[in-house]
Design a protein around this ligand. Structure first.
Ligand SMILES: *Cc1c(COP(=O)(O)O)cnc(C)c1O
Length: 360
């Protein structure tokens, strides 16, 4: 098969360390050795999101959405009134989850690319909400929401704060204590740059209390059982063992290379390099509040999907297409995973060539 360069937002490119583990035999996991791997994973994740001592982490075998669903059904209930930020398909996912699980909610609908502002939030003040659900980075449009603003709003209104940081962890600052976050969700195939299949949930003391008091109506995603098993570094059911080992290698590697700050800085540099290099091309940023993880672009000539296909079929490059009504209008270029400036130069040259051929 041709060697592709992958600029999507997940699954992304892994480095050799991670790839080598992927080719190992799967070890038996009900052992102290594997428990040690899991306990170290928990410790490093807590450190990387600046969670306090009493917080816990559970690892779910399932993609990010499994952990979104687990968070909703284990920490929220019929007494809750939830406020959801819905600025795209991932915000919509939280709305669907609350609908399916009969949790009462209101949604703050945002137009494509628009940030959440204080003026918008003020409209919802004093409405007796109990919880707030947000995708820190709405990956479908590339908007990074202002966590400071959200955090202050939740503190003021005493709201339980659930943050889907699936595409933000290691790309933008996710600080549990600084922002008073109760639940942080992330996944293996975004900036962690491992294969898809594991997602994880960081739970504050308040979240742990809520889980204790909530009857979860799902066996596989029951966090009480996951937490109990996790105390000794185990999971209730067979996990994606190798991915958990890959995550362990990645976390240790990040720790050794200077930690989260370093990782965020690297992502930010790639994003800035790409954004500065495409100023003469017929694109426009979808948002003025972009994350470091992805650059979301309008194709001014409505050729977004053609560009995706052209790069894939003729240049061995994957970028991320959009779906639905944005199909021809928007495409996204990711900055997470094992990518370098020279990879971006290949992409930028390809785009320039397409422009010269009149195909942009
Ligand atoms: C990728 C992503 C998810 C999870 O999607 P899965 O396909 O279930 O892994 C959820 N939220 C955001 C913001 C994401 O970027």
């Amino acid at each position: 098969m041709k060697k592709m360069i992958n600029f999507t937002v997940g699954p992304v490119q892994s480095n050799d360390l991670v790839n080598d583990i992927g080719s190992e035999q799967v070890p038996y996991f009900r052992t102290q050795e594997f428990s040690n791997v899991m306990l170290e994973n928990e410790r490093l994740i807590k450190k990387f999101v600046n969670a306090d001592e009493e917080s816990r982490v559970v690892f779910i075998t399932g993609s990010g959405t499994a952990s979104m669903e687990a968070s909703v059904i284990n920490t929220l209930g019929e007494k809750d009134r939830v406020l959801i930020v819905n600025g795209g398909s991932f915000g919509e996912r939280f709305v669907q989850l609350c609908k399916i699980h009969k949790i009462s909610y209101d949604e703050i609908k945002l137009d494509i690319g628009k940030p959440l502002t204080k003026e918008i939030l003020d409209v919802y003040d004093g409405n007796n909400y109990t919880a707030f659900l947000v995708n820190m980075h709405e990956t479908s449009t590339g908007v990074l929401y202002d966590l400071d603003l959200i955090s202050n709003y939740c503190k003021k209104n005493n709201l339980f704060l659930i943050v889907d940081a699936i595409s933000s962890f290691l790309a933008d600052e996710v600080d549990m204590q600084k922002y008073g976050i109760d639940v942080i969700i992330t996944g293996s195939q975004k900036a962690l740059a491992c294969p898809p299949g594991i997602s994880l949930i960081v739970l504050s003391k308040m979240a742990l209390k809520r889980i204790e008091q909530t009857d979860s109506l799902c066996m596989y995603l029951d966090l009480k059982s996951a937490l109990k098993n996790g105390e000794r570094g185990q999971t209730p059911f067979t996990p994606a063992v190798l991915i958990l080992k890959q995550i362990n290698a990645r976390l240790n590697q990040i720790e050794k290379n200077g930690g989260v700050k370093q990782e965020i800085e690297k992502t930010k540099k790639l994003a800035e390099y790409f954004r500065n290099s495409i100023k003469d091309l017929p694109f426009k940023m979808v948002t003025e509040s972009p994350s470091n993880a992805v650059t979301s672009l309008y194709s001014l000539n409505n050729k977004a999907n053609d560009i995706f296909l052209n790069l894939k079929d003729n240049y061995n490059i994957w970028i991320c297409p959009n779906g639905g009504e944005l199909k021809d209008k928007v495409f996204r270029v990711g900055h997470i995973g094992n990518l370098s400036i020279s990879d971006y130069n290949v992409l930028i040259d390809a785009l320039k060539e397409l422009k010269n051929k009149g195909m942009l």
